[in-house]
Write a protein that binds this ligand. Structure first.
Ligand code: SF4
Length: 280
């Protein structure tokens, strides 16, 4: 029976299949989780956000830079790489989009200048996965580096950030997603993985945290608690409970940035943001 628990009537309980964004969505707002993952069809989302376009474009350019043979990983490749997969959605106009492209190009150019092109990470946008008795986790880490540790090679989780706010060491420590990647990377690569890093491209800073086995396990048990809460709510709805009560709204500042704001009774009162509002 492996990792599965026996439920009543001897039937195995199904594991909760999750990604960091699924767990994070529920933790932010259970109603948003329901709109994104439970209701079918899912309510229509608002228009795409310009900041997501910039983030996706930068991530893809860096992934494709690492996909080049190491002797071609030059800064000069970046304008072509960034342009080739640039996402132009959500901007106010062409002028704003061009300014965002130039800014993003500056970030990746200075970031790549600080990298060793001959380094071969363990993974680029690599899926790492693990199971516990409650959940089956999978997530795509931006980059997993191989670095020497005190007792042999270690894996390090690297997450690129392109938002306005510079993350701190507390953000790296508190990030459940980073901890779950590290937890899963240890099992996927069969080597220690305790260090997690947020690489903020606009400022060129790195916010890092060294986890312990205990802190990784703690984050995993929190994820299991969230998974249990979600499964309980989903089962209650399947058994006829009121979905609005099982997946309550959690109004707050996030509502203005929520894709489902227009369809949510709590969100329609919150001030709307233009899709390019985070462009500054
Ligand atoms: S608008 Fe606010 S309350 Fe409604 S789903 Fe989105 S985050 Fe939750």
């Amino acid at each position: 029976m492996g990792h599965q628990q026996l439920g009543f009537a001897g039937m195995p309980e199904r594991l909760f299949v999750c990604t960091p964004s699924k767990l994070g969505t529920y933790a932010d707002c259970p109603r948003r989780y329901r709109y994104a993952y439970v209701d079918r069809p899912s309510p229509p989302k608002g228009p795409p956000w310009a900041h997501n376009s910039v983030g996706a474009s930068v991530h893809t350019a860096l992934r494709n830079w690492y996909a080049l043979p190491s002797d071609r990983r030059a800064v000069a490749e970046l304008p072509m790489l960034l342009k080739a997969t640039w996402v132009g959605e959500g901007f106010r106009d062409t002028e704003q989009e061009r300014a965002a492209y130039r800014r993003a190009l500056g970030w990746v150019e200075s970031y790549v200048t600080g990298l060793d092109p001959s380094d071969e990470p363990l993974g680029i946008e690599r899926v790492v996965a693990t199971k516990t008795s409650v959940l089956a986790f999978n997530g795509r880490a931006d980059r997993i580096d191989a670095r020497p540790g005190p007792s042999g090679p270690e894996a390090v989780i690297v997450d690129y950030k392109t938002g306005r706010f510079e993350p701190t060491a507390d953000d790296a420590r508190g990030s459940q997603a980073l901890a779950l990647y590290a937890y899963a990377a240890q099992r996927t690569f069969r080597r220690p993985c305790h260090r997690v890093e947020l690489h903020h491209l606009p400022s060129g800073t790195v916010a890092a945290h060294e986890h312990t086995e205990e802190s990784l396990s703690r984050q995993m048990s929190r994820a299991e608690d969230t998974a249990r809460d979600i499964m309980t709510a989903e089962k209650a709805v399947a058994a006829g409970a009121d979905p609005d009560a099982e997946f309550p709204v959690r109004p707050g500042t996030l509502c203005s940035w929520c894709d489902f704001r227009r369809n949510c009774p709590a969100g329609t009162d919150r001030p709307a943001k233009e899709p390019w509002a985070a462009m500054g």
